[in-house]
Design a protein around this ligand. Sequence first.
Ligand SMILES: Nc1nc2c(ncn2[C@@H]2O[C@H](COP(=O)(O)OP(=O)(O)OP(=O)(O)O)[C@@H](O)[C@H]2O)c(=O)[nH]1
Ligand SMILES: [Mg+2]
Length: 331
Amino acid sequence: MTRAELTVEDYVTGVRSGDRAALGQAITLVESRARRHRDLAQAMLLELLPLSGKAHRVGITGVPGVGKSTFIESLGRMLTAKGHKVAVLAVDPSSTRSGGSILGDKTRMEALATDPNAFIRPSPSGGRLGGVNRATRETMVVCEAAGFDVILVETVGAGQNETVVADMVDFFLVLMLAGAGDELQGIKKGVLELADLIAVNKVDSLGVQAAHQAVHQYKNAVHILQPPSPNWMVPVVTCSGLSGKGLDTLWQKVEEHWSTLSATGEIAEKRRRQRVNWMWSMVEDRVLDAVRDHPEVKGRLPDLLKGVDDGSLTVTLAATEILETFGVSAE
Ligand SMILES: Nc1nc2c(ncn2[C@@H]2O[C@H](COP(=O)(O)OP(=O)(O)OP(=O)(O)O)[C@@H](O)[C@H]2O)c(=O)[nH]1
Ligand SMILES: [Mg+2]
C-alpha cells in the first residue's frame, strides 16, 4: 500500500501494533511539509497523544567529536538490555551540510540500529530549525505511542539547537571533554546553564588525576550557576561511551531526577510549560512565514530594505509598513 492510500486509522493501528514499517511511515507523515499531509498527520497525532507522555525524554549534547554517537550506542544498548525500548532522534538542521555525519552515525550505532528494541531516526533533512523542532516533538509522540519508554534526542552543541532540545526533554545531558576549558571546546556557558547533568566523557583515555581535575573544574562552573530546580543539584560524573564505564551510575541519576521531580510535580509542570512555549513558537514561525510570503509585502520589501540600509527610513517605520501591508494595523 502506498502512503497516499493509508487512512488515519491505518497509521494509528500500525503505530500501536509496534510495526516498525508503520512507525517509519507515521514519522515520514509527520515530517512532511505538504499541506495535504499536515491534516492527516494532525488527525493521527490527536489519536496517539493519549498514548504518549510516559517515556523519559533525555536530550544529549556536546561539541562535535565529544563522543555523542558512541555514547548513545552504548547507553541505548545498556537500556535495551534492561528491558527498555529506546528511540533515538536527532535534531540537527545542518545535517544536510554535513551529510557525512549521518552516514557516520549509521556505522557508529550499528549494534543499536539492528537492536529490535531500539529505533534510530536521523533529523529530517533540509529543514530549518523551526521545522526540525516541530517534526522532532511530534515524532516523540509517535514513538511513545508505539511503546518506546526512553527517547534520546541528540544534538550537536554548536548554537541555538541546544536550547530548542532542552525545551523538549525532561532531562538535558551535556557531554564534555577533560583538559580543555569550555571556551576551547567552543561550548558556551549558556549550555551549562541548561544542563541537568554534566558527564566528562572518554574517561578511558584519562588518568585518574586528569579525570578528577575535570570533574572539579565543571563542579566549580556549575556551582556558580542557578540550579535547574531547588530539588536538583547538577551532578558531574565521568563516563566512557566506548567502554561503557560510568553509564550505569549516569542512568541512575536520570532515574533519580525523574522520581524526585515527578514527586514534586516539576516534571509535569515543565512539560506543561514546554507545550505552551511550543505553541507560541509555532505561531511565531507561521506568522513570520506568512508575512514574508505575502505578495504585497514582497513587492514593498526591496524599497524598505534599501531605506533601512541607507538610513533614509527608520527601522520602526519600515517594520510598521510591513505589518500594515500585511494587514496588521499599528494601533
Ligand atoms: N577513547 C575514547 N574515544 C571515544 C569515546 N567515545 C567516542 N570516541 C571516539 O571519538 C570520536 C568521535 O566519536 P563520535 O561518537 O562520533 O562523536 P560525536 O560527538 O557523535 O561526533 P559528531 O557526530 O561529529 O558531532 C570517534 O573516533 C570515537 O571512536 C570514548 O568514550 N573514549
Ligand atoms: Mg555523532
